[in-house]
Design a protein around this ligand. Structure first.
Ligand code: SF4
Length: 93
């Protein structure tokens, strides 16, 4: 491969990891979050105050189980409430 082709190749090709990060960032903006978002270095997080507010709402909610999971979405709420684009499935927060 000549030098020009190599430069074009390097500027246009993306690795599977780069593609996954890009798609993951786009998906987060729709309110859909997944546990593996924590593995993505581009994931955005809620502030501590926002996370505490969200989790306090969950703690007063009948859908929160003793294991701290939500019966509506199945998520572990101390973690989900940290993800900036997470949403309560019944719009309590
Ligand atoms: S996410 Fe919503 S439905 Fe689930 S426990 Fe929290 S407040 Fe309740």
């Amino acid at each position: 491969m000549d030098k020009t082709s190599l430069l074009l190749y390097n500027n246009t090709m993306t690795t599977p990891w780069q593609e996954w990060k890009k798609k993951n960032a786009e998906r987060q903006e729709t309110g859909v979050v997944r546990p593996w978002d924590f593995a993505n270095p581009d994931t955005e997080y809620a502030t501590d105050d926002e996370q505490e507010y969200r989790y306090s709402v969950c703690q007063d909610c009948p859908h929160l189980t003793a294991a701290k999971t939500c019966t509506r979405c199945g998520c572990f709420m101390p973690a989900k409430t940290k993800l900036l684009y997470a949403e309560c499935p019944i719009k309590k927060w």
